[in-house]
Design a protein around this ligand. Sequence first.
Ligand code: SF4
Ligand code: SF4
Length: 280
Amino acid sequence: MNFADKFIYSSNPLVTRIRNIKFLRNLYLRYFKKFDGKIIIYPTLVCNLNCPYCVNKFHGSIHKFDTLPGEEWVKIINKEQRDVILTGGEPTLHKDFLKIINGINSGINIKLYTNFNWTDEFLKKYIKEIKKPMTFYASYHTSSGNPEKFFHVFDKLRASGKFKGSVHTVCPELGEARRLKRLFAKKGIKLAIDDDQYHMFDGCSKKFKKKVNCAKKVFLIAPDGTRFRCVSYMLRNKQPLEDLKVSRLSNPLFSDTCYEYGYCSPCDLLGEINITELKK
Ligand code: SF4
Ligand code: SF4
């Protein structure tokens, strides 16, 4: 994690208090949070959990994208030669997930967001077949039930030497957060507690709808290989940008008028974003 990520994801109580001072947070988002050059890929928006706070449900339904096969993803990622973050949905549910990971050139770093709600069959295949190291950003969601299954997957990966990364959960209730931290600590797992992103970003408050110029530097790629300016637009298949099946990524900066500030996705806090309010 770079310094900016550490600040935004830290569960240290002092950092949380500083981050929650609106003025400081806005200052940070506007001037210090920088584009990291990585490509954020959603191989699938399908998930095997149904968390009440899931940001993908923010606009109600999600557009049903076609899903690119593994070989197309490998071609696209290796052509771009940029580090990738795989997220979703649950990215491991992509039918060619293992092929994608093994096909990516060794110089490209991979970070995987996963809920570890894996079947035993997938876990065995993963341990046996994966050739390439990657960094996990593993989330425990209480919607998956008690954490025994999560521990099972984690333990097997750790024992096989294939776990590198961090474990976190979203838990707004302090008492429950402490209980979970203790439970995970007994298994030798350091559990970070994330703030609910809905509380961190005014742009997703649904309290207003403002006309703004939104300048965002991010590479966000939908399951069909199309780039979008932000998560909120992607979930609704609104204003698609480059289609990576036929063209290369262009400038990471996309800057244009948007009439929907206030209804951004909570995930639009991520990436470099600069909002300027415009007169109606
Ligand atoms: S695991 Fe993630 S993508 Fe799946 S429902 Fe929960 S928050 Fe949403
Ligand atoms: S919805 Fe939010 S993040 Fe997306 S373009 Fe509009 S202002 Fe920017």
